[in-house]
Design a protein around this ligand. Structure first.
Ligand SMILES: Nc1nc2c(ncn2[C@@H]2O[C@H](COP(=O)(O)OP(=O)(O)O)[C@@H](O)[C@H]2O)c(=O)[nH]1
Ligand SMILES: [Mg+2]
Length: 215
């Protein structure tokens, strides 16, 4: 019985990986940069999307993933950009997004003039990291309130990402947390990780983030 279960899971992952590869190469051919944002709930992903949307306007679009509600899509759509919401609640409440679901959302997107596509994955530092969604870059957002140890405790999200955004740095003066220790733990699990520190509240660090995206 166990063997059957493993084979089914392998098949699901194989199908997912095939669609993910298609998405990655299709968007590359179109010259569109596709980023998958992953993090625990509340690290500031949607707030980062709101500020980023004000910079890039109609050149960017966001696909929001949540178990329930269209709250995040409503927030981002206020910036006047194309926004889509995937809810997993009606089909089992999955805690991650899969490439096939994102492909369906992408079929709705008007890609003329588009340069950036973001997926805001479901808030969860574990499951989303297990599924390739075909992004060119996986970015993990870690807010300073979460503690220095999280890269060590949830290594997969950090190992499967190329960029780590350390968010909410405006809160550092109020916390007993050392940002150098956060950085050191990130490097321990992923020595090649690029790191950007920012605050979506004050805007500090956003120039570096925008430069990264324009690159
Ligand atoms: N102080 C501070 N609060 C922030 C920052 N970014 C987001 N928040 C707050 O953190 C909460 C969760 O943010 P949200 O963007 O919804 O997180 P998400 O669940 O990762 O999408 C909200 O109350 C935000 O206002 C930040 O840079 N600094
Ligand atoms: Mg959100």
């Amino acid at each position: 019985m166990d063997i059957k279960e493993i084979k089914v899971m392998q098949k699901i992952l194989n199908v997912n990986d095939r669609i993910a590869e298609e998405l990655r190469s299709d968007l590359e051919k179109k010259g569109i940069f596709y980023i998958n944002l992953m993090s625990s709930p509340g690290s500031g992903k949607t707030t980062i999307m709101e500020r980023t949307a004000h910079e890039f306007g109609e050149k960017m679009c966001v696909i929001e993933g949540d178990i329930q509600t269209t709250l995040d899509a409503e927030r981002v759509a206020k910036a006047g950009i194309q926004t889509y919401q995937i809810n997993t609640g009606p089909f089992g409440g999955d805690c991650h997004l899969e490439a096939g679901w994102i492909k369906s959302a992408m079929e709705e997107i008007d890609m003329n003039d588009l340069e950036l596509i973001f997926v805001e994955n479901i808030g969860n530092l574990v499951c989303p990291a297990e599924f390739d969604v075909g992004a060119h870059v996986n970015a993990v957002v870690l807010s300073v309130t979460e503690g220095e140890d999280k890269p060590l405790k949830y290594p997969l999200a950090f190992q499967n990402s190329q960029l780590c955004i350390i968010s909410k740095i405006d809160l550092l003066p109020y916390l007993d947390i050392n940002i150098d220790d956060i950085r050191a733990n990130i490097k321990k699990v992923n020595p090649k990780m690029e790191v950007i520190e920012l605050s979506a509240k004050t805007g500090e660090g956003f120039e570096e983030w925008f430069e990264y995206l324009k690159r």
